[in-house]
Design a protein around this ligand. Structure first.
Ligand SMILES: *Cc1c(COP(=O)(O)O)cnc(C)c1O
Length: 377
């Protein structure tokens, strides 16, 4: 089955009692046993829920994986992955990782004896140089947020396999429609389903997908033991949203490409970061592993004052954190999403005070271009 068909049918079968075409919301915390010791495979809502199971199967198929697991947030998914490791383990992580992931690693997990090294994972040599005898995981985000750096998934997976190190990719920015890390030999893929997968700015959620049986058993154990599972209603909403994921992603892609190309020609824009542009330093790698370049564009407007004026002048683009929804959003990462990263470290990766991130929605492109043009003026 191809992507759009899987998005509508995978994991979703007519309900057994009534034949309901849409997977119902099984709003229950527990399940009755007909006789002592005889269950229907369902015992307790944290452990298993049919609405969640449908979503988990669907996401696993969309990522070309065997096992899916859903969580109450993207951070809960990241936290579950990191709980695969123990005191004394070392983790190599993209230096331009999602701010919340950096905060979890540095301010919480370090206290439990985990060690982290941050490198520019778009440079495979830097990953290899960072490997220590106790390195257990290479954690990559590609494209990165908000600089949109690209790491070579094939190269990362190879380094992992040669050195017997697990690899995990945060695929949130691409959605499974545009990139499938498991196809390149990556062990674990995770998403904040809050973003493109749900896509309507009305649910917080996360997921993990893997094809490795032993890893799947451990993740299932952690999901049940830690307990950061999503509500059945949230699973229903995400499942509903996934049905239009391919349509939405096509438009996000087309709109962002048109806007990035237009921004390139405006003298007030000092720099445009978008993997679809030939000027992007890792454009070739992007072309190799992505089926489109996504809906996120970052631009450098030189300084905070320009950035503020631009944000305040936009009318359709709303000033808000988050991304990947049908509505266009603008964000100033240094003061919003990436505020928890020290300024010196921000500037090291090019995240200057003039940086603006656009999450391009699926509105009519003419309106979006006009809004941006007016704000730049
Ligand atoms: C939003 C985001 C997360 C965290 O997900 P939440 O659903 O907000 O907890 C993790 N990684 C990336 C790349 C994100 O954009």
């Amino acid at each position: 089955m191809k992507f759009a068909t899987k998005a509508i049918h995978a994991g979703q079968h007519p309900e057994e009692v009534t034949g309901a075409v849409t997977t119902p919301i099984f709003q229950t915390s527990t399940y009755s046993n007909s006789k002592l010791g005889e269950s229907k495979g369902f015992d307790y809502g944290r452990t298993i829920n049919p609405t969640r199971s449908a979503l988990e199967s669907c996401l696993a198929e969309l990522e070309n994986g065997k096992h899916g697991f859903c969580f109450s947030s993207g951070m809960a998914a990241v936290h579950t992955v990191i709980n695969l490791f123990r005191k004394g383990d070392h983790i190599i992580c993209s230096d331009n990782v999602y701010g919340g992931t950096y905060r979890l690693y540095e301010q919480i997990m370090r206290n439990y004896g985990l060690d982290f090294t941050y490198v520019d994972t778009s440079d495979s040599e830097l990953i290899e140089k960072a490997i220590k005898p106790n390195t257990k995981l290479i954690y990559v985000e590609t494209p990165t947020n908000p600089m949109l750096g690209i790491s070579d998934l094939e190269a990362v997976s190879k380094i992992g396999k040669v050195n017997n190190i697990m690899t995990c990719v945060d695929n949130t920015f691409m959605s499974p429609y545009l990139q499938n890390p498991l196809d390149f030999g990556i062990d674990i893929v995770l998403h904040s389903t809050t973003k493109y997968i749900n896509g309507h700015c009305d649910v917080i959620g996360g997921c993990i997908v893997t094809s490795d049986e032993a890893l799947a058993d451990r993740i299932k154990f952690l999901q049940n033991s830690i307990g950061s599972v999503p509500a059945p209603f949230d699973c229903f909403l995400i499942l509903r949203s996934i049905k239009t994921l391919s349509l939405r992603m096509k438009t996000h892609n087309d709109n962002a490409f048109a806007i990035a190309s237009r921004l390139l020609t405006n003298k007030k824009v000092i720099k445009v970061f978008y993997p679809g542009l030939e000027s992007h330093p890792q454009h070739k790698v992007a072309k190799k592993q992505m089926r489109g370049y996504g809906g996120i564009i970052s631009i450098d407007l030189g300084n905070y004052e320009n950035a503020k004026k631009f944000c305040d002048s936009l009318k359709i683009f709303q000033i808000a954190e988050s991304l990947g929804g049908v509505e266009s959003l603008v964000c100033h990462p240094p003061s919003m999403t990436h505020g928890s990263i020290p300024k010196a470290m921000r500037e090291e990766i090019g995240l200057t005070d003039g940086l603006i991130r656009l999450s391009v929605g699926i509105e009519d492109i003419e309106d979006l271009l006009e809004d941006i043009n007016n704000a730049l003026k």
